[in-house]
Design a protein around this ligand. Structure first.
Ligand code: UD1
Length: 420
């Protein structure tokens, strides 16, 4: 397994460019299954999860060509298989996103049942309930979700019991080719939902209300396809800003959309850093000051994102004061705490909350990445700590951060990858 070796006591300074959003790219790659013509997607980040999605499309018989400029041309006119195999779903739970579009366009979809993962049990009941309400027959057999539909799915009203990003996306895509109107109530409002809706509309669908609790999809008979540019990755951007806050630095990220980060930028403001932004850039400047500890509770958008919780725990670990971090979305998402403690952090977990008493210094240590965002928090801690930190199992980071060493080098970090 590859490792990252980080020399600490860094102060990050400089400017980097935001990559395309992983969480927008994955549903958009699944949405190509709806289209009768060719689709072109640009600004795709070069990440393991994107590679897995492209492999999955390949396994279904979709023709995909990728050029070096993050541009992908896809032709899903014909499929050779309607099965998303275990090996690919196991690598990436978001593979479940092919279920809705494949069923809606081809009348059948078989997707290996996704298991839980490090951060929680992650059920898919809302996805399945919604598809059943649209007329799909679904059985769970031999570890697979086997969904069929006789004729087109039929639009209906679906009220989701929990706000789910993935279920909102899957059902939006399924409804795009259904007969009649589908109304999704209690829909997720994440910016990636809006990006998917814009993409679907550009490719011939009729979706309104994305970004609100109520999304309305007028089913169309066919979608010709077209072009889409993936939105910037708000979580990647915020991770680099968190690293600047922790290292008493000053970082500007360009190619960003500040409107998607309101709750996070407000929280960075509470750390005492000054935040400045323009139409497509954000800058965080600590003026060399240690951050102040902040309290936060994760919530669906527009609340504070669970995907930034671990990084802010790392900021709190070296902040002035006590910060309480409460995770409400996933049941087991404080995995970074044990590893941060090994670096000298003073953190006590009580249920779904972590009480973080900031310490003046952390010490470099050998630590293990447990999931994507927890890994990012360890890299942040490593850049602040005294001495050397070795982050093991960094395939988690490669799932979600494009060129992380290059970007951090550009900001002055001393970080290198050791390949085993
Ligand atoms: C997406 C993001 C992930 C982010 C998460 C929450 C992608 C590829 N991943 O994951 O980075 O952390 O949103 O913002 O976009 N739930 C159910 N039943 C379901 C589906 C979900 O109970 O059928 C629950 C989950 O267990 C969880 C909550 O709903 O407690 C939110 O999960 P969800 O929004 O679905 O997360 P993902 O779409 O998997």
């Amino acid at each position: 397994m590859d490792k990252l070796i980080i020399q600490g006591n860094t102060c990050l300074q400089g400017e980097i460019w935001a990559s395309g959003s992983k969480n927008a790219a994955l549903p958009i790659l699944a949405a190509v299954l709806l289209c009768q013509g060719a689709t072109t997607i640009t600004n795709l980040p070069q990440l393991q999860d994107v590679t897995t999605s492209i492999e999955l499309l390949g396994a279904l018989g979709v023709e995909v060509s990728v050029n070096e400029h993050h541009r992908v041309e896809v032709d899903a006119r014909r499929l050779s298989s309607l099965t998303a195999p275990y090996d690919l779903v196991r690598k990436m739970r978001a593979s479940i996103l092919v279920l809705g579009p494949m069923l809606s366009r081809w009348g059948e979809a078989n997707v290996s049942f996704p298991g839980g993962c490090a951060i929680g049990s992650r059920p898919v009941d809302i996805h399945l309930q919604g598809l059943r309400a649209m007329g799909a027959k679904i059985v769970i057999e031999d570890g697979f979700i086997r969904a069929t539909s006789s004729g087109r799915l039929v639009g209906c009203n679906i009220s989701m019991h929990t706000v789910s990003v993935g279920a909102t996306e899957n059902l939006m895509m399924a409804a795009a080719l259904a007969q009649g109107t589908t109304v999704l109530e209690n829909a997720a409002r994440e910016p990636e939902i809006l990006d998917l809706a814009n993409c679907l509309n550009g490719w011939g669908a009729q979706v309104t209300g994305a970004g609100t609790r109520r999304v309305i999809i007028e089913g169309v008979e066919s979608m010709p396809g077209g072009f889409h540019r993936v939105m910037p990755d708000r979580i990647e951007i915020a991770t680099y800003l968190a690293a600047a806050a922790a290292t008493r630095g000053r970082v500007r990220v360009t190619g960003a959309d500040p409107a998607t980060l309101t709750a996070v930028l407000a929280k960075f403001g509470e750390t005492g850093a000054s935040i400045d932004f323009g139409e497509d850039w954000i800058e965080l400047d600590t003026q060399g000051r240690r951050p102040l500890a902040v309290n936060l509770t994760t919530a669906p958008y527009p609340g504070f994102p669970t995907d930034m919780q671990a990084q802010l725990t790392a900021v709190n670990a070296i902040a002035d004061g006590i910060g309480v971090v409460t995770e409400t979305i996933f049941e087991n998402r404080l995995m970074q705490v044990q590893e941060l403690r090994r670096m000298g952090a003073d953190i006590v977990v009580d249920g779904n909350s972590a009480r973080v008493q900031g310490v003046a210094r952390l010490q470099g240590a050998q630590v293990m990445a447990s999931d994507l965002r927890a890994s990012a928090s360890l890299v942040i801690a490593g850049m602040v700590a005294d001495g050397q930190t070795c982050v093991d199992e960094i395939f988690h980071i490669d799932r979600g951060y494009e060129c992380i060493e290059e970007k951090l080098h550009q900001l002055g970090a001393q970080i290198k990858r050791i390949q085993n």
